[in-house]
Design a protein around this ligand. Structure first.
Ligand code: EPZ
Length: 421
């Protein structure tokens, strides 16, 4: 297994290009199952999760090919041969469950393995099944698989979700595009990736309104046609790299960055003493003084502070002046980066969903282990400003969600290399 060696190397300066959003691409790709005509995505990120989704769609009989070094994904699900998403793929990537709604809508049946737990939590699918059952689906759990069917087709309905789940919103919206009649989805998630999905579905002929708000209305249509869609910028990669100059000092411009994608995150950066300026090419980030100030953070559904930036923000707050309290309200076990940061000298006290971080002057490099996608990059961020060398192992976690980390960070002056393992 490869590892990444980072050596604290002072301020960072220059530009980092931000890729297309992993979590948008992972819901846009299954949308191809809704139509027999081709769907092409541009600005796609080059990530192992995208390869996993490609393999899943191909296992269903879809044609998926990547062009332009992986940045264009051309898909066609004209001749599907299966409606079963196998456990060996779904357990590797939970987002595989996003084929459930599209398969049910187009074919009236789907067999999708439950993803099983993952590092950050149990991550059940009850919100997905409740919504699809509201549309008339009959779903039974057997041998770890959800067996879903809608023999007479799905029917529009009014449904309020108990929690604004991102994936459940995506599955229900995709299913509703081909249901008979109108669906009103209440307490829908408002993430930009859902707005991006709806914009793509609309290009395919779907009749949808309200995306980005808590109430999304879908008028079912008989069929959807093909489209070409550009994947929205990845707000989590953007936020991650915005923290690099915040932690190290210097000034970095994030190319393609958009303020509307990271509103509440920028508020917290400003409160900590980090300036963010909109430029013609994206967002420019620099630290106001030599040391950032402690801030409190609570993760919430969009437009609140994103849970996917919690680990990275903790890396910044480890060397802030003062005590910060981070509350993780979305997942039940998302502080696994804390013990690894403590190996680097961070002072963190974790109780349940609350982590209290007492800032220290500087962290010390150490061998640390990645435990999940966002934890892995928070350890790299911490290593950028730590004294001495940090070796982050199990970087396969990193490859799931961050393309070309070494070249992007070394391009702004970081001392970082990948060690083949
Ligand atoms: C999406 O996961 C993202 N993944 C996650 O990003 C992100 O952390 C999460 O949304 C929250 O923003 C993709 O988009 C591929 P949820 P998802 O359904 O859809 C509970 C990353 O690092 N829940 O909004 O699975 C669940 O257990 C990943 O890129 C139920 O209880 O998130 C969790 O506690 C990690 N029942 C909470 O809701 C359900 O049926 C939020 O889950 C579904 C979810």
């Amino acid at each position: 297994m490869d590892s990444i060696l980072v050596t604290g190397n002072g301020a960072l300066n220059g530009q980092i290009p931000i890729a297309g959003a992993k979590n948008a691409c992972l819901t846009l790709m299954p949308a191809t199952l809704l139509s027999e005509e081709p769907l092409t995505l541009t600005n796609a990120p080059r990530l192992s999760d995208i390869k996993t989704m490609t393999a899943l769609l191909q296992s269903l009989g879809a044609e998926v090919s990547t062009l332009q070094d992986g940045q264009v994904i051309a898909m066609s699900s004209h001749d599907l041969t299966s409606q079963t998403a196998d456990y060996d793929i779904v357990r590797k990537m939970r987002a595989s469950n996003l084929v459930l709604g599209p398969l049910l809508a187009r074919f009236g049946q789907a067999v999708v393995s439950l993803p099983g737990g993952c590092a950050i939590g149990a991550r059940p699918m009850d919100l997905h099944t409740e919504g699809l059952e509201a549309l008339g689906a009959e779903i039974e759990l057997k041998d770890g698989y959800l067996h879903a069917k809608a023999p007479g087709g799905l029917k529009g309905a009014v449904h309020e979700m108990r929690f604004a789940s991102v994936g459940a919103t995506e599955n229900i919206v995709m299913a509703a595009t081909l249901a008979k009649g109108t669906t009103v989805l209440k307490n829908a998630a408002r993430e930009p990736e859902i707005v991006d999905l709806v914009e793509c579905l609309r290009k395919m002929g779907a009749q949808i309104s309200g995306e980005g708000t808590s109430t999304i209305e879908i008028q079912g249509v008989d069929r959807l046609h093909g489209a070409t869609h550009q994947v929205v910028t990845d707000r989590i990669e953007l936020g991650t790299y915005m923290l690099a100059p915040a932690i190290c000092g210097g000034e970095v411009e994030l190319l393609g960055g958009r303020m509307d994608l990271v509103g509440s995150f920028v508020e917290k950066l400003n409160a900590a003493g980090v300036d963010v300026e909109e430029t013609a090419n994206g967002l420019k980030v620099s630290r106001r003084n030599g040391r950032v100030q402690a801030v409190d953070v609570t993760t919430e559904p969009f437009p609140g502070f994103p849970t996917d930036l919690q680990a990275q923000m903790m890396a910044l707050l480890c060397t802030a002046e003062g005590v910060s309290v981070l509350e993780e309200k979305i997942f039940e076990n998302r502080f696994m980066h804390a013990p690894e940061l403590m190996r680097m000298g961070a002072q963190i006290d974790v109780h349940g969903g609350t982590a209290t971080v007492t800032g220290v002057e500087r962290l010390k490099g150490a061998p640390v282990m990645a435990t999940d996608l966002r934890a892995s990059v928070s350890l790299i961020l911490a290593g950028l400003a730590a004294e001495g060398e940090t070796v982050v192992s199990r970087v396969y976690h990193l490859d799931r969600g961050y393309e070309r980390v070494v070249s992007k960070l070394s391009g702004v002056g970081a001392k970082i290399e990948r060690i083949k393992g």
